[in-house]
Design a protein around this ligand. Structure first.
Ligand SMILES: C[S@@+](CC[C@H](N)C(=O)[O-])C[C@H]1O[C@@H](n2cnc3c(N)ncnc32)[C@H](O)[C@@H]1O
Length: 391
């Protein structure tokens, strides 16, 4: 790589806090050890962003005996920030709905449902529903997150395995680790959504087909006060018709007494180019890789890689997503078409290259709060919460 290339690359890698838009972007100094692998180091932000070309080298399993942490644990530590998200969710609910406390959350595209776990953990009256296509992530949640909530954690969460575009076909994941899942139907009742179990059915490819156990059928899910879709998950939906269909399903799940849907989005000039960013943690280095941006389809591929220091092992493409980068007005149009009464944008500028170089670096974005805006000039990088209100 030439000197000029390297300089450009250095500027790119410093143009975002953490792993660009994708690390703790909502300013959550999440410090609960029960969910963490290792806290981020106290190194200066410049050091944390250090990039090493040696990571491109293949390594020959020098420490085969060292146990590798789960990729889900690494993801939770490097990417997620549930406390920050939850405080904004509460604020938005009280601002746009009010009159009661939000108690019932649905986390779509939930992955390991860390946000739902934190939601349950901080108030014993709360319930949560998590929905995701990834059965392995949901099961990992039950075994590694919900067990930290307390004795009643399992009774207050419903993890559904399925497609957000077909929520009525989603299957309830068993609280037992035998991979038993059950067909459910999501039905509307007056002010409650009902989740009614039908015949028990095993997941495809389950190794425990003979070990059927009955799951408590006919559990009732309260209508949701808040539905959320975080970490840019709506970018997994590529077609406008899919987005509108998804938003209609969200509206059906929300309480008739009033509720909100909150999603996030990133953008800025730096989001429409290839980018490779790294952040060092004490035990691992996290890399966000953004492929070339196709302006015809507005699509990119995001890959998350981990390099374990002690184990000297790499977990390349631990997670990989094909994303369509929606614009804010496109999202607003689809939400209104789906039937939401109002849509609000809360934005925050993310640090760009020049700011990063001239001030204290990485920490620069930490105190910048999201603000509700009607207009916002383009930046190198920004993050948004989009709040759709049904009241
Ligand atoms: C970017 S990850 C976000 C995970 C988590 N929400 C977070 O905040 O980190 C996207 C998640 O969406 C899930 N997913 C993608 N398309 C989906 C769909 N159509 N229905 C349900 N889940 C989907 C993936 O399995 C993955 O767990």
């Amino acid at each position: 790589m030439g000197k000029r290339d390297k300089k450009q690359r250095h500027q790119q890698k410093n143009s975002h806090r953490g792993a660009s838009y994708y690390t703790s972007q909502h300013d959550d100094d999440y410090e609960d050890e029960s969910y963490t692998f290792q806290q981020p180091s106290q190194d200066s932000e410049e050091e944390q962003l250090e990039e090493s070309d040696e990571e491109e080298k293949e390594e020959n399993d020098p420490n085969p005996s060292m146990e590798m942490p789960s990729k889900f644990l690494l993801y939770q530590q490097s990417v997620q920030s549930p406390k920050g998200d939850i405080s904004y969710l509460q604020k938005f609910f009280l601002m746009y709905v009010g009159g009661r406390l939000p108690l019932h959350l649905q986390e779509d595209f939930c992955g390991t449902a860390l946000l739902s776990t934190e939601w349950l953990r901080t108030d014993s009256r709360r319930t949560a529903v998590g929905l995701d296509l990834d059965l392995e992530a949901l099961q990992w949640c039950l075994e590694n997150n919900i067990n930290k909530v307390g004795v009643d954690g399992y009774s207050r969460i419903s993890l559904l395995h399925g497609n957000v575009l077909k929520p009525s076909e989603a299957k309830l994941v068993s609280f037992k680790p035998q991979e038993l899942i059950q067909n459910i139907q999501l039905k509307e009742s007056d002010d409650n959504s009902k989740i009614a179990a039908t015949e028990p059915k095993m997941s495809e490819g389950s190794a425990s087909l003979s070990n059927q156990e009955s799951i408590k059928a006919d559990s009732i899910l309260p209508a949701r006060d808040i539905v959320c879709a975080f970490n840019y998950s709506c970018c997994c939906l590529h077609k406008r018709a899919e987005l509108v269909m998804y938003f209609k399903h969200v509206l059906e799940a929300l309480s008739k007494k009033g509720g909100i849907f909150v999603m996030d989005l990133y953008g800025g000039t730096s989001s429409e180019q290839s980018l490779r960013l790294q952040r060092k943690f004490p035990n691992f280095t996290y890399t966000w890789e953004q492929a070339e941006f196709d302006i015809i389809e507005r699509k990119t591929r995001i890959s998350l890689h981990y390099h374990l220091h002690k184990q000297q092992k790499k977990l390349r493409h631990a997670f990989s997503y094909s994303w369509r980068l929606w614009s804010l007005p496109e999202i607003k149009d689809c939400l209104e078409e789906a039937g939401f009464r109002s849509v609000h944008f809360w934005l925050r500028k993310m640090p760009d290259a020049s700011e990063m170089r001239s001030t204290e670096g990485f920490g620069i974005g930490r105190d910048v709060k999201y603000e509700e805006v009607k207009s916002f000039q383009q930046e190198d990088a920004w993050n948004a919460y989009i709040v759709a209100v049904n009241k």
